[in-house]
Every structure is written in structure tokens, then in C-alpha cells.
Design a protein around this ligand. Structure first.
Ligand SMILES: Nc1nc2c(ncn2[C@@H]2O[C@H](COP(=O)(O)OP(=O)(O)OP(=O)(O)O)[C@@H](O)[C@H]2O)c(=O)[nH]1
Ligand SMILES: [Mg+2]
Length: 347
């Protein structure tokens, strides 16, 4: 197959080309990627993710079939304040998962790519080991298109990786914007990472992300001041932080040193326990519905926004003339605009 001989960059560049060339010059049509993705072919996976990211409608049918084949993986969201060691933790966790013989994929929604992250040499070497391991797949999604769509693309990527057979899928984001927090919650289990020495420590993660944790990790436990962070966090949790986590689950606070691989197997065990808890308590199906609701609304929102920007150049001009001349009121004009989006873009 010709595309398999091409470099990854070439493939990606090709994938991001405009719709017309996607159709005309494409060495392999999107629908033929499906089988390769389901068989776990890495280049096909990378390629389909790129096409999904570009948001071309060519993918829609393929993604629909992929979606129906997904649903086996344990999807884990990892978030926390910048610099708390999320990327280091993801790498250490991936190694631990591999030692168990399970496979793992990472979708990193992060301004700094995990490929360039890792200040120390040892960490970079470990990163290379992961990149060369067929049981690991790492994908960075740093770009937010002009029309949004980050959540859509990231969660399409999760489907693709899930359908291609990865046992665990990690979504890593920086817990800053609402979108990033929401994306992480589009996971079955959410891990919130904090660490000592980040200014306000626990206070820093209070705003918005403390309460979404199913599991808390206090990273950098090799530092002497880590214990204080563990104590502060545990205290804060026991004094009535509203917890989103399902009732009977007691959110653990785990001390971890991602850098030294300490406590990472505890995190693994805790995540397995959380998944089992969700399944046994019936909470898994609630979460699956919550994720589905988020995705449906997000895609609808993106489509309307996209449609509005297209219609601005078409329908809008006539409507403007009529509203300015007071032949039509703005409410009716807006309704008409939405109808034309419906027929032209969403249909
Ligand atoms: N002492 C210590 N340092 C760590 C540990 N884990 C990560 N670090 C260091 O913390 C810094 C930030 O680590 P990252 O993994 O890049 O953190 P991050 O949360 O992904 O950062 P952003 O992507 O910028 O939000 C790096 O210098 C790491 O080497 C740890 O367990 N112990
Ligand atoms: Mg990072």
C-alpha cells in the first residue's frame, strides 16, 4: 500500500489538505482506512485522526462505523495545574501499563507537546521507548481550529483508538478552560494531579477541577513538602468540597512520584477499582450517557457556529438588507438563518 511507505508527516500534511484534494489525490479513501484502523494499523490510526481533526464530512460515515465498534477501552481523563507533572505521570503510567501487558493510548490536549516535554534526559529516553512501542500510541492535539471543534476531534480520536483495540486511553489536558475540563469529564474516570511548590498548592486546583476528581494524585512525592499537600488536600476533601464523583466512591488521595515511578502501580490499581465500581454500581451507564450528551451538544454547537459563518457570506446579506429596511424583524431573520443552516450545512 502506497501510503504505508510515505512518512508520517507527509501523510498528515496530505490529510490536512483541502477537501477537494482529499477526494481527488487521496492514495487511500477514508472508508478503506476503517478496516486498517480496526486491525490496529498505526499509520491508518494516525491518518484517520488527522482527517477527523480536519473535520471533513468525508469522515463522517467512517467515524460512525468506528463509533459502533468502540466502547471496550477504559477512558481516563488526566488534568491538573500546569507544571504538576501530568505529562511525566502519563509517561510513567504508560510504562506501568505496558509492564502489565496491556496497551495504552494517549490523547494529549496540551499546548506543549508530550514529545518535546520532559526536561531531564532520562525522561526523554523513556519517551522514546514509548514512541517505539507498538502497544503505545501518543497523539498530541494542540490546535484549536478557528471554529472550535477541539472536543469533537479529541473524542473522535478516542473512538478511533478505542475501536483499534487499545485497552486504556488517557486524555491529558491542562485544567484551565471550561472546554478542557469538559473534555476530561468525557472520560470514565478522572484523575486530578496536584503537586507541592506550585504557589498556592491546593488552592490552585480549587477553582473548578478539585471536585471533578475520582482520584487525586499528589505528584512529586519525592519532595519533602509533598506530605503537606497530601494533608491539605485530604483535609479540604473532608471539609465539604462538593464532590461530583458518584456517592459510594471514596475519592482517594494518592502520593506519587511520577519521576521515580513511585506509587504509579497504586494509581493503576485505583483506576481498575474505579472502573469496577462504576460497572458494579450501575454508574458506568450514567457516565456513558453524560459523555454522549456532552458530545451531541458540542457537535451541534460546532455545526451551528460553522453554519453561521458560512451563511454570513450568503443568506446574511439579503437578510441584512431586509432587516435594515424594516421589512423583516431580527427574530424572523435569525429563524430564517437557522433554517438555511439546517438545509445547507447540517443536512
Ligand atoms: N521532583 C519531581 N519533579 C517532577 C515529577 N514529575 C514531574 N516533575 C517535574 O515537573 C516539571 C513539570 O512536569 P510535566 O510533566 O511537564 O508537567 P505538566 O503538568 O505536564 O506540565 P504542563 O504540560 O506545562 O501543564 C518537569 O520539570 C518535571 O521534570 C516528580 O515526580 N518529582
Ligand atoms: Mg504536560
Amino acid at each position: 500500500m502506497e501510503f504505508l511507505r510515505k512518512s508520517r508527516d507527509e501523510n498528515i500534511a496530505n490529510d490536512l489538505s483541502p477537501a477537494s484534494s482529499l477526494c481527488m489525490n487521496m492514495p487511500i479513501p477514508t472508508n478503506e482506512l476503517e478496516e486498517l484502523v480496526l486491525a490496529g494499523n498505526r499509520r491508518a490510526i494516525a491518518r484517520l485522526i488527522s482527517r477527523a481533526e480536519a473535520g471533513h464530512s468525508d469522515c463522517r460515515r467512517t467515524l460512525a462505523r468506528i463509533y459502533r465498534n468502540a466502547g471496550q477501552a477504559h477512558v481516563i481523563g488526566i488534568t491538573g495545574v500546569p507544571g504538576s507533572g501530568k505529562s511525566t505521570l502519563v509517561r510513567s503510567f504508560a510504562h506501568a501499563v505496558r509492564r502489565q501487558g496491556r496497551t495504552v493510548a494517549v490523547v494529549a490536549i496540551d499546548p506543549s507537546s508530550p514529545f518535546s516535554g520532559g526536561a531531564i534526559l532520562g525522561d526523554r529516553i523513556r519517551m522514546l521507548e514509548l514512541v517505539n512501542d507498538p502497544g503505545v500510541f501518543i497523539r498530541s492535539m494542540a490546535t484549536r481550529g478557528a471554529l472550535g471543534g477541539l472536543a469533537r476531534a479529541a473524542l473522535d480520536a478516542v473512538d478511533i483508538l478505542d475501536a483499534s483495540g487499545f485497552d486504556l486511553i488517557l486524555i491529558e489536558t491542562v485544567g484551565v478552560g471550561q472546554d478542557e475540563v469538559d473534555i476530561v469529564q468525557a472520560a470514565h474516570s478522572t484523575v486530578v494531579v496536584s503537586a507541592p511548590g506550585l504557589g498556592d498548592d491546593v488552592q490552585a486546583i480549587k477553582a473548578g477541577i478539585l471536585e471533578i476528581a475520582d482520584i487525586h494524585v499528589v505528584n512529586k512525592a519525592d519532595r519533602r513538602d509533598a506530605n503537606k499537600t497530601v494533608v491539605d488536600l485530604t483535609q479540604m476533601l473532608s471539609t465539604g468540597v462538593p464532590v461530583v464523583s458518584d456517592n459510594a466512591w471514596v475519592t482517594p488521595v494518592l502520593a506519587v512520584s511520577a519521576q521515580n515511578d513511585d506509587g504509579v502501580t497504586d494509581l493503576q490499581a485505583s483506576l481498575d477499582k474505579h472502573r469496577a465500581f462504576l460497572q458494579e454500581s450501575g454508574n458506568m451507564s450514567k457516565r456513558i450517557r453524560r459523555i454522549a450528551a456532552y458530545r451531541i451538544l458540542k457537535i451541534a454547537e460546532d455545526s451551528v457556529r460553522e453554519g453561521l459563518s458560512v451563511e454570513q457570506g450568503n443568506k446574511m446579506k439579503t437578510l441584512l438588507d431586509r432587516v435594515a429596511a424594516r421589512e423583516v424583524d431580527p427574530h424572523s431573520a435569525a429563524a430564517e438563518l437557522l433554517t438555511s443552516i439546517n438545509t445547507n450545512v447540517l443536512g
